[in-house]
Design a protein around this ligand. Structure first.
Ligand SMILES: C[S@@+](CC[C@H](N)C(=O)[O-])C[C@H]1O[C@@H](n2cnc3c(N)ncnc32)[C@H](O)[C@@H]1O
Length: 372
């Protein structure tokens, strides 16, 4: 884990590029992140942060669990009152470098700190960085435009690259490791559970017979051939398989489940949890998590008498699904599948064992892993 402190003299709220817009954050031309990343639903995220300030009437402690290029972080911090602080996490050192640049000209009266960490460790990192209680916790899940547009990261089937797909060097297994080591059955399981791919068995068989795999394009073409399906508009036939492999390489579901529990444990009363998800599986996990933590009882269905004595830790009120407006989708087509959900923390204590009781479960095997 590494940390970066950024603080600077410029950028009054609303200064060019520092407001609530979704202006792209440019990558570098020196071999670092190359494409521009537009922070999705940025206006809506800033509005929620402003609502949080209005409710709490003080500067905020913000944790951006997926700081990426720093687009959301900058827009939010620029809109907050002096004295506000932001902790930004990301697994990707290249993203943190870019975020440092994006956030370098913030006014000196608001601080931010960037830490290379997995958001599944959110609670520990936030405590260590003195950000508890937090007031605003944001997750913008998945892969960034910079990662997608760098063929050497192996996320894309548009350009050939190694089958890597790791968000950062701390992720131990690459996509190639996974494809070359899993049994046909386990591969089918991965594709079905984490990509909702109906042709999972056929694709798994093709993967096993084509080993070893070296490049993203060979894999994407083999999947397209197996399905005998042409590209439909912008959607490549390998989209679901790539999503599944990326998800399992980075243990996305398990990390998100732990990250959400971490958020529940660090948010103070009246604080906001805000999550942007691009895939239905992650969105469902978020929806289930907040639904179940908003209930008065989380005992298994059919339990004759409540034994959990659970108190709701989130308020279902204000828990509305937000989708990007047509204008944002026109400006940034990658935003089209984004879904934002937000929930307000109550004053009830968080009970860590709630996750063991099945909070937010219902995806894959609940551990975000796979059988061999
Ligand atoms: C969609 S991008 C975020 C973009 C960012 N909101 C912005 O405005 O630039 C998602 C980021 O989350 C990071 N990420 C994915 N899983 C993570 C995890 N478990 N822990 C920390 N960072 C993660 C990725 O490396 C990527 O940079």
């Amino acid at each position: 884990m590494s940390t970066v402190q950024c603080q600077g003299p410029l950028c009054a709220p609303g200064a060019a590029g520092g407001g609530a817009g979704d202006a792209p954050v440019q990558g570098r031309a020196d071999g670092g992140p190359r494409s521009a990343h537009r922070a999705v639903l940025s206006v809506e995220v800033v509005r929620l942060a402003e609502a949080c300030v209005a409710a709490l009437s003080r500067p905020l402690h913000v944790v951006d669990c997926t700081v990426g290029a720093g687009g959301h972080a900058r827009a939010v911090l620029a809109a907050l009152p002096a004295g506000s602080r932001l902790l930004g996490l990301d697994l990707d050192p290249a993203a943190l470098e870019l975020a440092e640049q994006t956030l370098s000209d913030l006014p000196a009266d608001r601080a931010c700190r960037l830490v290379r960490a997995n958001f599944r460790d959110l609670a520990e990192v936030a405590r260590r960085e003195a950000m508890v209680p937090a007031d605003f916790v944001l997750f913008d899940t998945g892969v960034s435009s910079m990662q997608l547009d760098q063929p050497e990261r192996g996320f894309s089937f548009r350009q050939d690259g190694p089958l890597d797909m790791r968000y950062g060097p701390d992720v131990v297994r690459t996509a190639a490791d996974l494809l070359d080591s899993l049994s046909e059955r386990a591969l089918a399981d991965v594709l079905y559970r984490f990509g909702e791919e109906r042709a999972a068995r056929r694709i798994a068989r093709r993967i096993v017979t084509g080993r070893p795999w070296s490049g993203t394009q060979a894999l994407a073409e083999a999947i397209a051939e197996t399905l005998g399906r042409p590209r439909i508009g912008r959607v490549h036939p390998a989209t679901r398989s790539f999503q599944a492999i990326r998800s399992v390489v980075n243990e996305e579901m398990a990390s998100l489940q732990r990250g959400l529990a971490g958020a529940a444990s660090i948010l103070g009363a009246g604080g906001l949890l805000v999550v942007i998800a691009f895939e239905s599986l992650s969105d469902r996990l978020v929806k289930n998590f907040v639904r179940s933590t908003s209930r008065h009882c989380i005992c298994p269905v059919g339990t004759p008498e409540c034994r959990c004595r659970f108190e709701p830790v989130f308020e279902p009120r204000g828990w509305d699904l937000v989708r990007p407006a047509a204008a944002e989708v026109a400006r940034n087509p990658r935003s089209r599948s984004a879904r934002l959900r937000a929930a307000r923390r109550t004053a009830a204590p968080w009970r860590a064992e709630a996750v063991e009781w099945g909070i937010g479960a219902g995806v894959g095997n609940g551990r975000g892993g796979f059988g061999r």
